[in-house]
Design a protein around this ligand. Structure first.
Ligand code: SAM
Length: 232
């Protein structure tokens, strides 16, 4: 029985590209965004009572990973990209119907707007439903998952003096925890597992309106080189 779904809103997120987004929510508490609700959900009625809730489940579309032909096997980056698993054993973005789910912190509720943190969502992500997190039902004390048994081990993030100064300056301008956001995202090492770059190779990503650059001076170590307001 085909059934169509329509977005109830879109997330305006700190993440302007897929690279360096944490693999799951809560891994970067400084990652914030706003869910802007669409009519008829934007009047306040649909979110009445939600201010009593600390976290919500967002059900959304992986709009930048939608495909016509469903995949049965995927290669999760977590396993280095060279081992394949059944799609339903993973939280891969390429999946039937392209539906994702994230439990995120609800910072503030306004008519038509939800302020969120700890997100793992790309800017512009269409949200198709919101549900309150229910701790007594959603926390499964004896749950286990041998494929993903712990968050990625963090690697150490260092800063050039210039980058640190820029982070402070842009944090004030944006009213956002820029330094924490960069550290929390880069500590999870966004580069593909198979890449062993030479120290001169620069990596970059857009967070908010900032182009952030870093390199790997030694194995297991990141140094933030600079960040500047990008164009566009
Ligand atoms: N927590 C969700 C889940 O389990 O369904 C998402 C997990 S998925 C492994 C997280 C990755 O999805 C992020 O690292 C980011 O690269 C990617 N992503 C986030 N929003 C997306 C979007 N709208 N379209 C495509 N990919 C997206």
């Amino acid at each position: 029985m085909p059934h169509s779904v329509i977005p109830i809103g879109h997330v305006r997120s700190c993440f302007k590209e897929k690279f360096a987004i944490p693999r799951q929510p809560q891994l970067a508490p400084a990652a914030t965004g706003v869910l802007e609700l669409l009519p008829p959900f934007d009047t306040g009625e649909a979110v009445e009572g939600l201010e009593q809730v600390s976290h919500v489940w967002l059900i959304f579309l992986f709009h930048q990973a939608l495909e016509d032909r469903p995949r049965l096997k995927v290669r999760p980056p977590r396993l280095g990209g060279n081992r394949s698993l059944g799609v339903f054993a993973t939280r891969a973005t390429h999946r039937p119907n392209g539906i994702g789910q994230s439990a995120v912190k609800l910072e503030k509720v306004e008519p038509g707007r939800l302020w969120l943190s700890g997100i793992d969502l790309l800017d512009g992500t269409p949200v198709i439903d919101i549900k309150p997190y229910v701790p007594y039902a959603d926390i499964v004390a004896d749950a286990h998952n041998a494929i993903a048994d712990a968050p990625p081990a963090p690697i150490s993030v260092h800063w050039s003096d210039e980058a640190l100064r820029q982070a402070h300056e842009h944090a004030l301008r944006l009213g956002q925890p820029v330094r924490e956001l960069i550290e929390q995202c880069l500590a999870q090492d966004p580069r593909p597992a198979y890449q062993k770059p030479p120290p001169e190779r620069r990596y970059g990503v857009r967070l908010w309106d900032l182009d952030v650059h870093w390199h790997y001076p030694a194995d297991g170590e990141i140094r933030v080189l600079d960040l500047a307001r990008g164009e566009g």
